[in-house]
Design a protein around this ligand. Sequence first.
Ligand SMILES: Nc1ncnc2c1ncn2[C@@H]1O[C@H](COP(=O)(O)OP(=O)(O)OP(=O)(O)O)[C@@H](O)[C@H]1O
Length: 314
Amino acid sequence: MIELIHVTKRFGAETAVEDISLSVARGEFCVLVGTSGCGKSTTLRMINRLIEHSEGEIHIDGQQIRAFREETLRRRMGYAIQSTGLFPHWTVERNIGLVPRLLKWPTGRVRERVEELMALLGLAVDEFAGKYPSQLSGGQAQRVGVARALAADPDILLMDEPFGALDPITRETLQEELRALQARLQKTIVFVTHDMAEALHLADRLVVMHQGRIRQQGRPLALLREPTDDFVASLLGGEDRGLKEAALLPVSERMLPLDPRGLARERVGQHASLREALSIMLWRHAERLTVVDDDDNPIGELSLRRLVGARGHE
Ligand SMILES: Nc1ncnc2c1ncn2[C@@H]1O[C@H](COP(=O)(O)OP(=O)(O)OP(=O)(O)O)[C@@H](O)[C@H]1O
């Protein structure tokens, strides 16, 4: 559990973060969003003491972070950043194995772990293990950075735009991997992104920051439906919020029983989102879709009318 209690950070005369209180439960995925310069990275870096906070208290599992030795704290927390922070004169393999080696894992185990992570992140061992960061593309370097953050299997992951330089397909794959990892292993994650779709998709707790302060925090659906002010509403997408909300709701939630008059020709999977269903309707010029299970058996139907009414404001 991570707790920030009335935390402020000043750089000289400038206040970068002002009086923020935030609590992230074990196994929770917390995403920080906000305008450029609002203090997201500073907040993240205060948690692993790359930046010392000026006022307030930060606790990890009930203990003040200042009570930990800095290295102990940092080894407990994986940290991945957009610019990767890889050591340029070290190979990919050595970069990924950094923390396990510091923790004095046996060499064979380090090697095994590095290979496991490279496979997870789609980096062929034969091709990439011996390369240096300057020989990698931006996206490949970013994957190495994420692998390094995960290497020692830390309970806490701090991630600052870790997928910023990735193509949409790799990005989506990694988002799913991270979500699955977090659900399976109860990782506590604090994640910074500028991509609102990514934030809404990943967050259990979404934290909107502005000018060093937290404007609103809560579940993504709650923020979309009841933003506290125009700033939060517009950051979350303004009029586009309807589509963003639909992206968070599964088809199965609004499915109707099968129509005895016959099946609609176009189909949608039960796990698809209402946004995907709407997209199929638009693309196929269809007002009704047959909802199918994982084996492609029809289990219900979704109409446009039902979908439009399904946005939670009926
Ligand atoms: N080391 C530093 N010295 C002085 N000012 C700093 C330092 N680091 C950050 N700041 C200032 O603190 C404020 C918050 O910066 P921070 O990097 O946390 O914002 P951010 O929300 O992560 O921004 P972005 O989305 O652009 O990355 C900014 O005004 C920045 O100029």
